[in-house]
Design a protein around this ligand. Structure first.
Ligand SMILES: [Zn+2]
Length: 138
């Protein structure tokens, strides 16, 4: 295994430099493509949208990469369909004295997810301390 790595130095260094720039860039691009395909298919073919969405989630899980919560929340947890309020999802805004949440029901599989509104809750990505490094692409 070690002898194979030393045979061609020039191509491997290029690959190493690319991977240093952004870890898992190709995987991110593939997940982005599948998410866009899922978005496109959500209006005409929800089953196909669910396949693409679930594939994007499983690719991210295998490569140990995370989706941004705003994007991840648009995919159904169970079937992976893009939750479009016009076609594939129903939104219920529940407000009571102490309990406020937004319930999203998937029309394809029937799964419902609640997003609670608490005043003190803040996502980790909204915290400025979560940014380790900023990479800009040309
Ligand atoms: Zn679903």
């Amino acid at each position: 295994m070690t002898s194979n790595n030393k045979q061609s130095d020039a191509p491997t260094t290029d690959i190493k430099n690319q991977s240093k720039v952004c870890a898992g860039r190709e995987t991110h691009e593939r997940m982005n493509f599948l998410y866009q395909a899922s978005t496109l298919m959500s209006q005409t073919n929800p089953q196909l949208s669910a396949v693409y969405g679930k594939l994007a989630k499983s690719i991210g899980k295998k490569a140990v990469l995370r989706m941004e919560p705003a994007i991840k929340r648009t995919l159904c947890v169970r079937c992976g369909v893009l939750l479009n309020p016009a076609t594939t999802a129903e939104l219920h805004d529940f407000r009571h004295k102490q309990l406020c949440y937004l319930q999203v029901d998937c029309k394809l599989c029937g799964y419902s997810k609640r997003f609670y509104n608490s005043k003190n809750h803040q996502l980790w990505l909204d915290n400025p301390g979560s940014v380790v490094e900023r990479i800009e692409f040309d």
